[in-house]
Ligand binder design. Structure first.
Ligand SMILES: [Fe+2]
Length: 154
């Protein structure tokens, strides 16, 4: 069935592409955060283990929202981790970082998510896609707040 939501094909394509980038960064950061939740060690174990859980749950929920927006624009969401991670600038670690490095890696990750979301906000705005613009703005807001909390923890 054809799609008629007041956006041209190329406007929907541009938004879906920007959402794919945001999805990639969010997925890479989700995986990193969940891994840190499992592997963090040291005297701050309990508080960091719990903080990372709050964060990975929020990222997991966001993945669904972002992917479903891609679907609502008439595009398919990536169907594998490999496809999803191809566009991510957030890379896996080699080995297990110490607690302080985990915190700074995650702060950097949320900053990368914020940059992707803000680039996406601009693209969506240029293409008259106010719904995606709003989603991108909300993701940048959460990412920047989380980056602040992480920076404040080190
Ligand atoms: Fe757990």
């Amino acid at each position: 069935m054809s799609i008629d939501i007041g956006l041209e094909d190329k406007q929907r394509d541009a938004s879906a592409k920007a959402l794919n980038v945001l999805l990639a960064e969010t997925y890479a950061l989700y995986m990193k955060t969940h891994g840190y939740h499992w592997n963090v060690t040291g005297p701050r174990f309990n508080s960091l283990h719990n903080m990372f859980e709050t964060q990975y749950r929020e990222l997991w929920e966001a993945l669904d929202v972002i992917a479903e927006r891609i679907r609502a624009l008439g595009h398919f969401a990536p169907g594998s981790s490999e496809e999803m991670l191809a566009e991510a600038t957030i890379k896996p670690d080699n080995g297990i970082p110490d607690a302080e490095d985990m915190i700074s890696n995650l702060a950097r990750g949320h900053e990368a998510v914020s940059r992707a979301a803000k680039a996406g906000t601009k693209i969506a705005a240029e293409n008259g896609d106010t719904v995606t613009e709003d989603l991108m703005t909300q993701r940048a807001d959460v990412a920047e707040k989380t980056a602040w909390m992480l920076r404040a923890s080190n």
